[in-house]
Ligand binder design. Structure first.
Ligand SMILES: [Zn+2]
Ligand SMILES: [Zn+2]
Length: 115
């Protein structure tokens, strides 16, 4: 029988149970916090590591850049990604149907003065 507080009769059994419950609570809260911190660390690391070069996320980023731009050959806006082509010589956006014509016009070899 312990008498910690005057007037409060706390038995040793109650004290042990109370302290044990308190310790268990602290331990569970601490482990929960550890799990949260580890999870946050893992997520932060996953975010800073860039995806590999062949990751589809790299390709999806180029889609809005081509759609909506004017074709370098005919001047009409490229409406659909399957219709979009990028000129290998200058990087301009063209229609798939126009890119060959654009290359022939814009990147034609200098006319041969001896012909
Ligand atoms: Zn075009
Ligand atoms: Zn070009």
């Amino acid at each position: 029988m312990l008498d910690l507080l005057p007037g409060a009769h706390v038995t040793t059994y109650e004290l042990v149970i109370g302290a044990g419950t308190l310790l268990l609570g602290i331990a569970s809260v601490a482990s929960f916090c550890t799990v949260l911190v580890r999870d946050a660390h893992r997520r932060r690391r996953a975010r800073t590591v860039p995806p590999p070069r062949d990751d589809p996320r790299w390709r999806t980023e180029s889609i809005p850049q081509r759609v909506g731009r004017a074709c370098a050959c005919c001047g009409r806006v490229v409406r659909l990604e399957p219709d979009a082509a990028t000129c290998e010589a200058c990087g301009d956006v063209c229609h798939v149907a126009c890119v060959a014509r654009h290359a022939a016009r814009a990147h034609a070899p200098a006319p041969n003065p001896f012909r």
